[in-house]
Design a protein around this ligand. Structure first.
Ligand SMILES: NC(=O)c1ccc[n+]([C@@H]2O[C@H](COP(=O)([O-])OP(=O)(O)OC[C@H]3O[C@@H](n4cnc5c(N)ncnc54)[C@H](O)[C@@H]3O)[C@@H](O)[C@H]2O)c1
Length: 380
């Protein structure tokens, strides 16, 4: 193992594990970084692995992470594998002395996340999770306005993930839509992105009241869920997540004492997708002009893997802690866990329900069906 990770000029040796769809996004960002070189990939599917390695000119090709680590010295391991593998692969890579960059969802339960973070701390390595909706110039600006109080006090909000995923292709992939391998349905697999953005803007949650439904897809998990989330700052947000919406959209909105901030997009946003509307001076009257501080920066960079991985690699090179765009992976996983737990238990779930050592923290996502089945779409 080399330890070039906190030498600012060193070229970091990188491995990508899982060379399916999202691995290309990682590779393309790393290709543009002169301070990083992807030296090896691992994937048990030789066809997918070789097409990927040939395309990007990668010499090291292995059938598993263990084989890769036995043969190569790497500083960073990217996990682009199905979610059910993230826990064990992260622990293996961290114990081998590498930093880990893991695709969302981080792992399948909060207890698993605790285990991974314990290993990272003991190894002195970082575990960065890809929640790229937090990134981009506009979201950073809005987050600061909310944190500083420049946007007033958050009161209510909306968080919609209205996406469309077909049975025939998306859910034909064997690991999807099953508790053991995906850990959940569209809430964990898709909705976690907007929930993560929402929680990045509003901070800690306090209580969740939720329902889960299987309306149309042939899944083990839900295909649709609803929730009311109360945040610690008092804001109340309505959350709807579905894989059944033909006109797809992602929408996050927060109404405060001073105005409305909202973003509508699909898989990523830039300043044009954000809108800040000041409250009218008198009810029904014209809106006040927006304060100058609300103006979004002109040097706009969209959200995505590029700003996220750049910030993470800067931290690796300098030895700094992970930046806010890549830290606190528990925030949105807690919300997802609380939504599933509330739907299954048929009661609101609070932060205290997910305290360290609690049953809900430990792998509950696998067991929702044993408690209260996801509600079917019809009474037939
Ligand atoms: N951030 C995003 O916007 C985004 C988008 C899509 C997917 N993802 C996440 O990325 C992860 C992968 O999703 P995907 O769509 O690329 O899936 P995929 O099925 O296209 O690719 C997964 C790859 O992992 C390989 N694999 C399976 N077992 C392995 C093992 N033991 N070791 C190494 N490789 C193994 C498979 O052969 C496959 O090539 C998931 O966690 C998913 O949620 C994130």
């Amino acid at each position: 193992m080399t330890d070039s990770t906190s030498a600012p000029d060193a070229v970091l040796r990188v491995a990508i594990v899982g060379t399916g769809a999202i691995a290309h996004a990682h590779q393309q960002v790393l290709d543009a970084d002169p301070g990083a070189a992807v030296v090896a990939v691992a994937d048990p599917n030789p066809e997918v692995r070789d097409v990927f390695a040939d395309r990007y000119g990668i010499a090291g090709r292995y059938g598993s992470l263990d084989e890769l680590l036995a043969a190569e010295a790497v500083d960073v391991v990217h996990l682009c594998t199905p979610p059910g593998l993230h826990r064990d692969q992260a622990i293996t890579a961290l114990r081998a002395g590498a930093h880990v960059v893991c695709e969302k969802p981080p792992v399948l339960s909060l207890a698993d996340l605790d285990a991974v973070l314990d290993v990272a701390r003991a190894a002195g390595r970082e575990y960065a999770v890809v929640f790229q909706q937090r990134t981009g110039t506009a979201v950073g600006h809005v987050q600061r306005l909310l944190a500083d109080g420049a946007l007033g006090r958050p009161l209510v909000g909306v968080c919609h993930t209205l996406w469309y995923r077909r049975q025939e292709d998306y859910y034909a992939v064997p690991w999807r839509g099953r508790w053991a391998t995906e850990g959940g349905g569209p809430l964990l697999g898709l909705g976690i992105h907007q929930l993560d953005l929402l929680a990045f803007l509003l901070g800690d949650w306090a209580e969740v009241d939720a329902r889960a439904f299987r309306l149309d897809r042939d899944l083990e998990t839900e295909d649709t869920s609803t929730a009311v989330v109360r945040f610690a700052n008092g804001a109340v947000v309505s959350v709807l997540t579905t894989a059944l919406a033909p006109r797809q959209t992602s929408y996050v909105r927060v109404d405060t004492t001073l105005g409305t901030v909202e973003v509508e997009h699909l898989y990523g946003h830039d300043a044009r997708a954000w809108r800040l509307t000041p409250a009218p001076a008198v009810t029904g009257g014209p809106a006040e002009p927006a304060p100058d501080s609300w103006t979004l920066p002109v040097d706009d960079e969209p959200s995505g893997h590029t700003p996220l991985l750049r910030a993470v690699y800067d931290a690796f090179r300098t030895g700094a802690p992970l930046p806010p765009v890549a830290s606190d992976p528990a925030r949105s996983l807690e919300l997802v866990t609380a939504i599933y737990a509330s739907a299954a238990l048929g009661r609101p779930v609070t932060k205290a329900d997910l305290a360290p050592g609690s049953e809900l923290r430990g792998g509950f996502l696998h067991g929702i069906e044993d408690l209260r089945p996801v509600v079917a779409g019809t009474d037939a």
